[in-house]
Design a protein. Structure first.
Lengths: 115, 113
């Protein structure tokens, strides 16, 4: 399929470990978004890229969270020194141009559990 | 934090019933989106609304953009088992938010046994 893919689908980390979550957007999509979804809640915005430029990182909860998209396609969300409150589903979405009327297509998410 | 409140929080349906849910905000939104999320999957866009008062249908789904721009409604007619899931309203952040979305609290649809 040509949808957004994310890996791994599930990740279990011990508190204090670093993790890296990968997102492969739909080919040709300029914009890429990361969202965090806590159990029983709606997704919450983390950060946004247009091509390789990170235009908005206002939703990143702490400086332990870092995202990159060096070549304007694949993106990685890194969480350093994970804490239990980081346990959530991390969703990636992409859109064609990034206009407000463009549909954001979501991947299946990575479920992170921090023990 | 989230700015959109959805009700009901959850509801049981029997096959064939019509379903209604709504979403309210303390801020004005210029776009309303309705997404459905199945277990283990990401949200999928169902309907997009761009104009106050707009009524848009997608098969058995009908959504309306409230006149005050602070609410939206989603109706599902003649529900079927595959309608089960979590429905989220969403919209671009109301002030200077660009394209990032804020999501509602969700309405979970369950099948009554």
């Amino acid at each position: 399929g040509a949808g957004v893919s994310q890996s791994p689908r599930y990740k279990v980390a011990k508190r204090g470990q670093d993790v890296a979550l990968r997102c492969d957007p739909i080919s040709g999509h300029v914009s890429l978004f990361w969202y965090q979804q806590a159990l029983g809640q709606g997704p919450e915005f983390l950060t946004y890229f247009q091509n390789e430029a990170q235009l908005d990182k206002s939703g990143l909860p702490s400086d332990r969270f870092f995202a990159e998209r060096p070549e304007g396609s694949v993106s990685t969300l890194k969480i350093q020194r994970t804490q239990q409150e980081d346990s959530a589903v991390y969703l990636c979405a992409s859109s064609y141009r990034g206009h407000s009327t463009d549909t954001q297509y979501f991947g299946p998410g990575t479920r992170l559990t921090v023990l | 934090g989230q700015q959109l409140n959805q009700s009901p929080q959850s509801m049981f349906i029997q096959e064939g019933e019509d379903v209604s849910m709504n979403c309210t905000s303390s801020s004005i939104f210029n776009t309303w989106l309705w997404y459905k999320q199945d277990p283990g999957e990401g949200p999928v866009l169902l309907i997009a609304l761009y104009k106050a008062g707009e009524l848009t249908s997608n098969g058995r789904l009908t959504a309306q953009f409230g006149i005050t721009r602070k609410d939206s409604f989603l109706n599902i007619s003649a529900s079927i088992p595959s309608d089960v899931g979590i429905y989220f309203c969403a919209g671009p952040f109301p002030t200077g938010g660009g394209n990032k979305l804020t999501f509602g609290t969700g309405t979970q649809l369950k099948v009554e046994l």
